[in-house]
Design a protein around this ligand. Sequence first.
Ligand code: ADP
Ligand code: MG
Length: 304
Amino acid sequence: MHIAILSQKPESYSCTRLIAAGEARGHRVSVINYMQCTMVIAAHRPKLYYQDTVVSDVDAIIPRIAAAHTFYGNAVVRQLEMMGVYSVNGSQAIARSRDKLRSLQILSRKGVGLPVTGFAHAVKDVQALIKDVGGAPLIIKLLEGTQGIGVVLAETQKAAESVIDAFRNLNANILLQEFISEAAGTDLRCFVVGSRVVASMMRQAAPGEFRSNIHRGGSGTKVKLTPEERAIAVSAAKAMGLNVAGVDIIRSNHGALVIEVNSSPGLEGIETATKKDVGGRIIEYIETHAKPPGPRIERRGDDH
Ligand code: ADP
Ligand code: MG
């Protein structure tokens, strides 16, 4: 098969590993920088150029779209889907996962446990909304933040009010969330492929930090999930429609709560912590779900 990774960072650990895992299983793997793709939309013939070449022989893609480029990157994923290329994560599911509010709404409808969360546009009475999510300390999150950036812990009611005011003045969409203090800066990253958790680690925030993101200095160690946590992770990924997902779970006093479902989970942290061949599991999943090979690549100009 010809598998293309949509990524801006061919040299990253995740790309390098996916290339190696694909090649080890006899596939051709290339990296397409989606920001250098051009889409041509015509009736019955959606076309995609990568630099000067018409993309026409890709059988399957692994989208790894940066949060900053969701709009364009996901349009490229959609274009490939229109061309009949199999995407391990669909463009709709990626779009859903990038919006924290939309994700929480979908997960809550499916009965997945979540921290109590509030969202409002015009809040006349900020204090009432703060009370609704359990009062301070509380978490304030930018709707489209990632890697821990845009997640703030407001320790007091006053701090919460001023942070909310500041964000609102910037016209940023935010949600308020109950702070799960008993998690003590830890969460569980559950790497889901298909209907299985293929690897899981506990992430511990750096000293003095409540955000466990590896990008914020957190460290990961292998962890054994309870059967309940496994089931929650798989059903969260399923609810979002993602075949490959990093489901983040917090252990709270009232059970396992999902805080986020990532559509491009990184491989470095999880493979290092667990020594598992996560890349191989993704390639395997594609082998059993993608359609057979298509036609070959043509140069621009050969194609009309
Ligand atoms: P991002 O998309 O930026 O990673 P998250 O919602 O995953 O945003 O939050 C980042 C980190 O902050 C989480 O991994 C977790 O450690 C911590 N965190 C997020 N929400 C809560 C919460 N409600 N209670 C306690 N800690 C939280
Ligand atoms: Mg996160």
